[in-house]
Design a protein around this ligand. Structure first.
Ligand code: PMV
Length: 360
């Protein structure tokens, strides 16, 4: 498929006004997306677990308007009008309007809320952009009721990608690949796909406990970080490594090999942060407590031989990953040894989920 396949030909129906709602989850990458080309095309393929509990709920109210020269929308977050969210949404609309040309024909009200605490330092752009993209697609589906479910989801992921790259991995569950990868059937730079191969029982309902080390806003945004991969001295080697790590995960997913899984996932997390530390300008998003937690996880793993590991996103928080069967022991360890390193002792219990849901 190419971008052109997402440009609609004509709509058979018209719609004066209405409302659509979606709930979309966050996701956590195992092989990281870091570095992109123009139009949010990733420099390398990535794979993520879709989460279950960290979600954004968005309602899009729409009514037809006279003047179609520009976008007309208001955004409310948790009940409050948010002027400061508007530029991001406007940019998103500008990027997608050629694929959903009806955007200028309607006046919109966007009402959004998150299931995870406000200012938890958790990026809500993945769940937020995917929920909004799905709402826009539901409106398109009203204009073109013939649209197939498979196309609907692909295009929702395609639009979400244009809002925030990793958001395209938040439509489907439970493992999603985004970015062209030789060894992954159907993979594309344009949208995320459900991981097409065998996944062992060990990874079903995998747990992700998110330790909130630092709830503040990040000092360096991920868009700045992605850009610093241009002319990065290690960029090419890093992109090649992501392809290799994704290929290595295939037998790991099929056989349930937790030891190799841990090695690849932790290597990816540390490589992501080492790219930040070796860019120009360089920066560090980990905090002292991030390292304390990593060391505690390593000694706990050595002591107990339980398959617990960590991953990081572009921030100081730590995602602790482990199989469901070890939940009781690992949660006890987290409470006894790791919570002390969290801001105000806060953490979020999440696990792998099934993807976005349309709300009635
Ligand atoms: O989607 P963005 O532009 O916020 O980038 C996300 C980057 C990482 O979270 C660090 C990695 C990933 O693949 O999600």
């Amino acid at each position: 498929m190419t971008e052109k396949d997402f440009i609609p030909k004509r709509y058979s129906e018209s719609m004066e006004h209405g409302s659509v709602s979606w709930e979309a989850p966050s996701n956590i990458a195992l092989v990281k997306y870091w570095g992109k080309k123009e139009h949010q095309i990733p420099a390398n393929p990535s794979v993520s677990f879709t989460l279950k509990n960290c979600r954004t709920i968005t309602r899009l109210d729409f009514s037809k308007k006279e003047n179609q020269s520009d976008f007309d929308f208001e955004i409310y977050f948790e009940g409050n009008k948010k002027e400061d969210f508007k530029p991001k949404i406007k940019t998103f609309f500008e990027r997608i309007v050629q694929y959903v040309p009806f955007l200028k024909e309607y006046k919109f009200e966007i009402h959004s809320e998150n299931t995870f605490p406000h200012s938890s330092g958790i990026a809500s752009s993945a769940s937020g952009m995917s929920a909004l993209a799905l709402c826009v697609m539901s409106l398109e589906k009203k204009l073109n009721p013939e649209m197939r479910e498979g196309f609907f989801r692909k295009k929702a992921s395609f639009l979400a990608r244009l809002g925030s790259g990793s958001a395209c991995r938040s439509i489907e569950g439970d493992l999603v690949v985004w970015g062209k990868h030789q060894e992954t059937r159907g993979s594309s730079d344009l949208f995320g796909i459900k991981y097409p191969d065998e996944v062992h029982e060990n990874f079903k309902n995998y747990q992700d406990t998110i330790l909130l080390v630092d709830k503040g806003t990040k000092e360096v945004s991920s868009s700045v970080g992605h850009n610093l991969m241009h002319n990065h001295p290690f960029a090419e080697a890093r992109f090649a490594q992501a392809h290799e790590n994704l290929a290595k995960l295939k037998p790991v997913f099929a056989e349930g090999d937790l030891e190799k899984f841990i090695e690849i996932v932790e290597n990816e997390a540390l490589t992501l942060h080492s790219m930040m530390m070796s860019s120009r300008p360089y920066f560090i998003l980990m905090k002292p407590n991030t390292l304390e937690i990593i060391n505690k996880i390593w000694s706990f793993r050595k002591r107990t031989e339980l398959p617990v590991c960590f991953t990081l996103d572009a921030g100081a928080n730590v995602h602790v990953l482990y199989p469901e069967k070890d939940k009781v022991k690992v949660l006890e360890f987290i409470k006894n040894e790791l919570v002390a390193y969290c801001e105000n002792g806060h953490y979020i219990c999440d696990s792998v989920g099934d993807g976005a849901l349309k709300l009635k």
